[in-house]
Design a binder for this molecule. Structure first.
Ligand code: GLA
Length: 454
């Protein structure tokens, strides 16, 4: 169950300015403060929505949310970063269709609230005043959006005095974030709620289980922002990949399973489990199951024996209705091989100490980047350049992290090399950039979301 601790001692001092800001904004102190960290994914990209385990850790960069319950049925939201204010009536909240509204800073906040009210069947939620402030760079692949969803779900929980379990809430938040329209998996919400300070996590889905991974001594993870922003909800690239994975799963399933079983399959992991094949076996036969470089819409309709209408309603998302071509072989190869790398990464962390272990972890990360770049096509020029510069300047491995198409890289650097590495990247990628320490920084595994009462 979610524990609520008292905000006291050094924490009270740490958040004194935020509390003062809340008072200045709303006339009295907040009742609760909520902290939600961002996350960096060490390995396992674009595979959570295919059912496969991922390997992220929470980071120090976070958002802070202050909340006070109101007698009236109003939701008053203020963002300290941009000084913007928005007001909603709690009564109308359930009617807002977030996916068709223009995406705004508060859109993700509404997702978490709506998710909890719907799931817990709360018809007349309490009014609330909310102040949000954060230092997770937006659109950088460090999960600032999910932090808002998780933060607002916790606002709904505390302001309505609900009992929740962290894993259940993580699943709920993953569903709720899809109100935006992007069909993400559950990695971000899970790590933001289940992280434990000092540990990275192997996160498995269905059921959601987070296993601790102690990162090897001497390993340091450096996050570097390409400064190319990517808002994944504003384009259809993310959902195109989700759809391609669904189609790949169905086409492979049709060749491996009985008709009664393949019809409902949408995730590659389900095909793998139901067929009893191991990952290596499937990786090696991807081009046999999916021989074409590019599948047209007509190809997939014919292969699956479905109508265009069925494709639209059962497989495509709202923003991918018009896709005409699909790269199934390449996407499936990425997903299956990446899943293999995730398990190997954890095994090396636990069973292969020293230099040799670090070297292998680095190789797995760089292989992951190349798979994202060439097979999944979710990289960007800035990311490729950062990876290249990182490897040239002593990183043991380097890769894009998060959804990609912009955002950040994460590099594994031996502790003894970190200073030199940072100096080199600052000179070669960030020359002339202001606030360079918020663009490239070392990250240690932080703890998961916290709630404090005042
Ligand atoms: C986003 C999604 C996650 C995951 C990553 C890619 O962060 O929210 O669920 O799919 O992209 O690994």
């Amino acid at each position: 169950m979610l524990a609520v601790e008292k905000l006291e001692g050094s924490l009270r001092d740490k958040y004194a300015d935020f509390v003062k800001n809340f008072e200045e904004s709303f006339g009295s102190e907040p009742e609760y403060l909520i902290r939600v960290p961002g996350r960096v994914n060490l390995i396992g990209e674009h595979i959570d929505y295919c059912g496969y385990a991922v390997h992220p850790m929470a980071i120090d960069q976070d958002i802070i949310v202050g909340v006070r319950t109101l007698e009236s049925g109003k939701l008053e939201l203020k963002n300290l970063n941009n000084e913007k204010y928005a007001e909603f009536s709690m009564e109308n909240l359930q009617e807002i269709d977030i996916s068709t509204e223009k995406i705004n800073w508060w859109s993700y906040f509404l997702c978490g609230l709506k998710g909890v009210y719907e799931d817990k069947m709360i018809e007349n939620p309490n009014g609330i005043q909310v102040l949000v402030s954060g230092c997770i760079p937006p659109s950088a692949g460090l999960s600032s959006s999910s932090a808002l969803v998780v933060g607002s779900s916790l606002v709904a929980v505390v302001s309505n005095k609900l009992e929740v379990d962290r894993s259940d809430l993580a699943n709920l938040c993953a569903r709720a974030e899809r109100f935006i329209g992007t069909q993400g998996g559950g990695m971000d919400q899970a790590i933001e709620l289940l992280a434990v300070a000092g540990q990275a996590k192997l996160i498995e889905f269905n059921p959601l289980v987070a296993h601790d991974t102690k990162l090897p001594d001497g390993s340091v993870f450096v996050i570097a922002n390409s400064l190319q922003e990517k808002n994944k909800a504003a384009s259809n690239e993310f959902n195109s990949r989700v759809v391609e994975c669904r189609l790949a799963a169905k086409l492979i399933a049709k060749q491996l399973l009985k008709e009664s079983d393949w019809k409902d399959v949408k995730k590659l992991r389900n095909v793998q489990v139901s067929s009893g094949k191991c990952l290596e076996e499937l990786v090696n036969s991807v081009s046999t199951f999916l021989p074409k470089e590019v599948y047209t819409r007509e190809d997939v309709l014919a292969e699956l024996g479905i109508t265009d209408e069925e494709l639209r309603t059962d497989i495509l998302t709202a923003n991918t209705q018009e896709l005409q071509t699909f790269k199934l072989q390449q996407r499936a190869r990425h997903v299956l091989s990446e899943s293999n790398r995730v398990y190997r990464f954890r095994e090396v962390c636990h069973n292969k100490a020293g230099e040799e272990g670090l070297k292998e972890l680095g190789e797995l990360m760089t292989a992951s980047h190349n798979s994202c770049r060439y097979d999944y096509e979710c990289s960007a020029d800035g990311l490729d350049r950062l990876v290249e510069l990182s490897l040239k300047n002593g990183a043991l491995g380097s890769r894009l992290t998060g959804a990609g198409w912009g955002g950040c890289t994460v590099s594994l650097v031996a502790e003894s090399q970190v200073e030199k590495f940072l100096a080199a990247l600052k000179a070669e990628y960030y020359a002339g950039v202001e606030n360079v320490d918020s663009a490239i920084f070392v990250s240690k595994p932080s703890g998961g979301a916290m709630v404090w009462s005042l």
